[in-house]
Design a protein around this ligand. Structure first.
Ligand code: RP5
Length: 162
């Protein structure tokens, strides 16, 4: 199965957060690749990854990083694939604002779809939604997933309603 989503992160220490994206993609049945690419410590690897992603069959990139989180933006600067940025709250973080603002405040022309702090699950869902726009079967699976969310809320409402 061709890997359609590329998940990258600045450090192995980001994995506990980024694994949530992988978990969702696995559940919904989308093949993905996952690796570490550091914008600052492995810049050549970053260029190679971004430039080769489309030709390897990747359609969406999820990039997570913390601190001076330049990975998603730099990847977005080198590919026309959609890039979803996950701000990771790393240990030296200023409450996560460093990661959020580094990823969110992109200059005009180079968008990064930024999810919430540590919001890797939503990044997985968003990547699936992008692919699902042109894939009816996947779209139906996403609709079914959203229906389970509604059911959970309705069930909890019933439980507490007086
Ligand atoms: C960023 O710095 C990484 O994305 C990570 O969130 C943070 C800490 O990195 P390490 O100290 O684990 O290398 O580059």
């Amino acid at each position: 199965m061709t890997k359609q989503v590329g998940i990258i992160m600045g450090s192995q220490s980001d994995l506990p957060v980024m694994a949530e994206a992988a978990k969702f993609l696995e559940e919904i049945g989308i093949a993905f690749e996952l690796t570490v690419v550091s914008a600052h410590r492995t810049p050549e690897r970053l260029v190679e990854y971004a430039r080769s992603a489309r030709s390897r069959g990747i359609q969406v990139i999820i990039a997570g990083a913390g601190g001076a989180a330049h990975l998603p933006g730099m990847v977005a600067s080198m590919t026309s694939l959609p890039v979803i940025g996950v701000p990771v709250k790393s240990s030296n973080s200023i409450d996560g604002w460093d990661s959020i603002l580094s990823i969110l405040q992109m200059p005009g022309g180079i968008p990064v779809a930024t999810v919430a702090l540590n919001g890797a699950k939503n990044a997985g869902i968003l990547a699936a939604s992008i692919l699902g726009a042109h894939d009816q079967e996947l779209g139906a699976r996403l609709d079914a997933y959203k229906a389970t969310l509604a059911e959970t809320v309705l069930k909890s409402a019933e439980e507490i309603e007086t």
